[in-house]
Design a protein. Structure first.
Length: 258
């Protein structure tokens, strides 16, 4: 089962859980009113305001963070594509006899980087990362050796080595960005506040004779969908919100390598 279905099931469970806590809160309020008809008016507004303010703040914080990380991941893909393209062009500065094997290595390396994060198989991703790291070292060794050949110029080394450094460094940045997520306790707190908020709404509407199923369902649906979108943004390779289209930048670089 992929993340999309898991997220949908959890979202549905949260929606149903909020409807249940609505009813729990309402029944608590009805029982309280039977004992004390004025019992709901003392301090209820302050408690509800504090819970909903914290819920809104946490939703805004997690959504903003997820959107920022989504954009950062896409930016790093473009940055890597530019770094690879720059390093590939600077192969022209090296002696001619060293260029063909380096160009072939670059083609294979770019193909690896364009597909390394696609799919949901963690073992396959780790294998591709290891393969890419090995090709990085081979590219580095061949480039350094080429810069020491009799026909190489000092300018070639001054331009080629920094370009390779940038190409290699961005891979570590992308790994960090891929694994950078908020602590699980943040999501647990978000779910807990959603359920508590639903219970407080049910408690506050207990004086009404009829249940407002429309308002309860709308509240629960909006909160559940917001949390679903946040989780989907955090894992843009596995859910409905995809970042795979950004890999086209690397594919285009590979296509330009002749």
């Amino acid at each position: 089962m992929n993340l999309t279905w898991i997220a949908m099931l959890l979202t549905t469970a949260l929606f149903v859980g909020m409807l249940i806590t609505f009813e729990v809160g309402r029944r608590i309020g009805v029982a309280r009113l039977k004992r004390d008809p004025e019992g709901l008016t003392k301090g209820a507004g302050a408690a509800e305001g504090a819970v909903f303010a914290l819920l809104g703040l946490l939703l805004a914080f997690t959504f903003s963070g997820a959107a920022s990380r989504f954009e950062a991941r896409r930016f790093y893909i473009d940055t890597e594509a530019n770094a690879i393209g720059t390093a590939y062009l600077r192969i022209d500065l090296l002696p001619e006899e060293a260029q063909p094997p380096l160009r072939e290595l670059f083609r294979r390396y770019t193909e690896n980087r364009a597909t390394v994060y696609q799919g949901s198989d963690l073992d396959a991703m780790k294998a591709k990362l290891a393969e890419g790291a090995a090709m990085q070292m081979e590219i580095w060794k061949q480039a350094v050796a080429a810069c020491r050949l009799p026909g190489a110029t000092s300018q070639a080394a001054m331009l080629m080595i920094p370009a390779l450094n940038a190409m290699i460094d961005i891979t570590a940045t992308r790994v960090t960005a891929t694994t950078n997520h908020p602590p699980v306790v943040i999501y647990l707190l978000l779910v807990a506040l959603s359920l508590i908020g639903a219970m407080l709404v049910g408690y506050g509407t207990s004086p009404n004779r009829d249940r407002s199923l429309f308002h309860q369902g709308t509240f629960a649906l909006v909160i559940a969908l917001a949390i679903y979108v946040i989780v989907d943004l955090e894992y843009p390779r596995l859910g409905l919100i995809r970042i795979d289209v950004a890999d086209q930048a690397l594919i285009d670089v590979r296509s330009s390598m002749r």
